[in-house]
Ligand binder design. Structure first.
Ligand SMILES: Cc1ncc(COP(=O)(O)O)c(C=O)c1O
Length: 361
């Protein structure tokens, strides 16, 4: 099976981890500091605080910018559940805005239509590695004086108008989960230019501790370890190369698949550099699940991200959202599927993917 995700772990990562293990300092220390410094400089923010996951980066990031009970936070329902869970973890209310039909990213016009007196922030997701329309979203947030959070879990190295995803919001969050463009196993980071937010976040994920045993708030343990950070430092060195490979793979797939009448290849906005976290196509018809089953049984590890919108999940039923809130997202969720595009997909894998698809109908 050609897997949908496959981390590129080589001798560099293995050597770096062994070094940490031999040092005897396996919790948070020098390596985490090095990773924070290198990743935040690469993205282009003054602070980066590493943590245990992309989910905790979002959860404590929202807490650190002051999101609290009963605030409204606008977000997309077409994402991994962690995006809206982080709003609920802070006892705020997620308000769902619809997505664009072509990019699958949150639609700026729909964001603006959902803003009320209670809106405190907008959490956008650069889905599949394609940055959202930052020009319009930034303007809306500034016109209405609401904060902007970029969930960049899928967008390491992506750019909008020549600027990296992760530099547009009041804060941005990244995940280094095993399936992402760069990995630390589990892991995440919150980035910001705001000194106070960075400090609050650092304290919050470290038991609320300002100095040794000086607990100034109720905090948690969501720290990253030096073992994870050592992998992250090595992965960052390879990120450009891995993303170039993803981009070449996606170009090949689009060239080979764009003339299939029942399939829509990914749309790429003119002013973005796509990170190709996923290569996501749309089928025109009601046979998506059958097609995914066919691909899987023919050795192509296709997957659906995401088959159910956040607000239709059982865990969200108390919020009272009914089908029809975001009609475009509802129909897109029934049509999309992602094909393997990562750096370990070889030319012969790509040829096989195309051949299998062309035989389907
Ligand atoms: C868009 C998005 N947000 C948040 C997360 C959560 O990241 P993590 O799995 O590191 O907690 C993920 C990935 O898993 C994601 O894809």
């Amino acid at each position: 099976m050609i897997p949908i995700a496959s981390p590129d772990i080589g001798q560099e990562e293995i050597g770096a981890v062994v070094e940490v293990l031999k040092s005897g300092r396996v919790v948070q220390g020098k390596k985490v500091a090095e990773f924070e410094e290198k990743f935040s400089s690469y993205i282009g923010t003054s602070h980066g605080v590493a943590c245990s996951s992309g989910t905790s980066a979002l959860q404590f990031g929202l807490e650190s910018i002051g999101i609290k009970k009963d605030d409204e936070v606008i977000t997309t329902p077409f994402t991994f559940i962690a995006t809206s869970n982080s709003i609920l973890f802070n006892r705020a209310k997620p308000v769902f805005a619809d997505i664009g039909e072509k990019t699958f990213n949150i639609d700026p016009v729909n964001i603006e239509s959902k803003i009320t007196e209670k809106t405190k922030a907008v959490v956008i997701v650069h889905l599949y590695g394609q940055p959202c329309n930052m020009k319009e979203i930034k303007k809306i947030c500034s016109d209405h004086d609401v904060m902007l959070i970029e969930d960049a879990a899928q967008a390491h190295g992506a750019e909008y108008d020549g600027k990296k995803a992760g530099t547009f919001g009041d804060i941005s969050t990244f995940s280094f989960y095993a399936s992402k463009n760069m990995v630390t196993g589990e892991g995440g980071m919150m980035l910001t230019d705001n000194d106070a937010v960075a400090e609050k976040f650092r304290v919050s994920i470290n038991q609320g501790q300002l100095g040794s045993y000086d607990h100034v708030m109720v905090g948690y343990n969501n720290r990253m370890t030096d073992i994870q950070a050592a992998i992250g430092v090595e992965q960052l060195k390879k990120l450009g190369k891995m993303n170039t490979r993803r981009s070449k793979n996606s170009k090949f797939l689009t060239e080979e698949l764009e003339n299939i009448s029942w399939l829509e290849t990914p749309y790429v906005d003119g002013n973005v550099k796509h990170a190709w976290h996923q290569y996501t196509v749309k089928v025109n018809g009601t046979f998506r699940d059958d097609f995914v089953g066919y691909l899987n049984s023919n050795g192509v590890g296709a997957r659906v991200y995401y088959p159910k919108l956040s607000y239709v999940q059982p865990a969200y039923q108390d919020l009272g959202y009914k089908e029809g809130v975001c009609p475009i997202a509802e129909s897109v969720a029934k049509q999309v599927l992602s094909l393997p595009v990562h750096q370990n997909v070889s030319r012969s894998d790509l040829e096989k993917i195309v051949e299998v698809i062309k035989k389907y109908r």
